[in-house]
Design a protein around this ligand. Structure first.
Ligand code: TYM
Length: 352
């Protein structure tokens, strides 16, 4: 009986997609978010958005703009609000179908911050101060905010509110999703069965797209040298130039070997992520080619994919569609989050 009750409790949190002969099939839930800090990169696209596009229709999907995470480091307010609108247009331009995802702005759902606080009170300083991203970012600016430290707890709230099963992210965010798991397990142990325990979803080829000039470091929006970073709105000439001048080794063979040949391996990874070919198929396809020929093929593929995205982006950037999508997302997620918030408050004992 206890087991049956648990199933019913969980079913409320899922989207039931089919019912036949007394059996119900339940859609698993996925969620991911991106920060609106400048034009997103090819790494963000491959690591997070493309995964969401490839999975659409198969999961109950939540996609949001992590604007509250963005302010953990200083931002220009005019730029930030411009980037928020740009990012939602980019989601849709990249192939995200608003009918198949709940798309929302994190700051428009006040429960994220409230729930994050309750989770913070159940998270240890040692856990958050150990996070690699915190260590890296706090090293860059000694005057870092407390928000930078508690960043992964807000991220846990984003995920746990909606009882998410899978979180598609690049490999750099895996540690944060693991912390969300730990927090969920601890909270459930202390207060009862409140959260689903999520898993990170990381594609094999897109785990980490590296900087084209410095292939030992990830391609990042905030990189000092923009020559190594492909932005989704870069024009064709710029994209070709960046790929053709990507750092490679002094050999000639197109072989995937990230340790000894990080530059060419990164280009193989990009090619694999966009073409769907396996690493072995790519090595075989280009076994007679030199680096120049291969780079041109990579550039053709990237330009082909991004030109379609850019055309759609400029068509929808100023349309009413974006506000409608965000309004719908806000209304839906507020209702779900309020329920979780009330449940947590009751379990913790902060109510009249
Ligand atoms: P952000 O905007 O820094 O990164 C967004 C996503 O892009 C992935 N990514 C990459 N993937 C492959 N190669 C790269 N070079 C590369 N660079 C970035 C990141 O892993 C991420 O998946 N903390 C999140 C935002 C967030 C979030 C969440 C994500 C807030 N709450 C809840 C999932 C669930 C972030 O890193 O954003």
């Amino acid at each position: 009986m206890k087991g049956l009750k648990k199933i019913f409790k969980n079913i409320e949190n899922y989207c039931i997609i089919d019912l036949c002969e007394g059996m119900c099939f339940i859609m698993k839930k996925v969620l991911t978010g991106l920060q609106p800090t400048g034009v997103i990169t090819l790494g963000n696209y491959i690591g997070a958005i493309k995964q969401m596009v490839d999975m659409q229709g198969k999961y109950d999907s939540f996609l949001f703009i992590a604007d509250m995470h963005a302010i953990t480091v200083p931002q220009d307010s005019i730029e930030l609000s411009k980037n928020i609108r740009s990012l939602i247009a980019l989601y849709i331009a990249c192939g995200i179908d608003p009918e198949k995802h709940t798309i929302f702005l994190q700051s428009e759902n006040i429960y994220h911050a409230n729930i994050s606080w309750m989770l913070e009170c159940n998270t240890y300083y040692g856990e958050v101060s150990r996070m690699t991203q915190f260590k890296d970012k706090s090293k860059k600016n000694a005057n870092f905010s407390v928000g930078l430290l508690t960043y992964p707890v807000l991220m846990a709230a984003d995920i746990l509110i909606y009882d998410i099963d899978y979180v598609p992210v690049g490999v750099d965010q895996k540690q944060h999703v693991e912390l969300a798991r730990d927090i969920a397990i601890r909270f459930n142990k202390k207060y009862g069965d409140i959260f689903n325990v999520p898993d990170a979803l990381i594609t094999k080829s897109g785990t980490k797209i590296m900087d084209l000039q410095d292939p030992l470091h990830k391609m990042s929006k905030s990189s000092d040298n923009q020559k190594g970073v492909i932005r989704l709105l870069d024009d064709e000439k710029t994209i070709r130039k960046k790929i053709m001048s990507a750092t490679t080794d002094s050999e000639m063979s197109i072989v995937f070997d990230p340790e000894n040949k990080p530059g060419i391996s990164n280009l193989i990874n990009i090619y694999s992520s966009l073409s769907g070919l396996s690493l072995a198929e790519i090595e075989n396809k280009f076994k007679e080619s030199n680096y120049g020929t291969f780079k041109k093929e990579v550039a053709d593929l990237v330009v082909g994919e991004l030109s379609i995205i850019q055309k759609k982006y400029y068509e929808i950037l100023n349309s009413d569609l974006l506000d409608k999508v965000l309004d719908d997302g806000r209304n839906k997620t507020l209702a779900i989050a309020k329920e979780k918030y009330e449940l947590m408050k009751n379990k913790i004992g902060i109510h009249r």
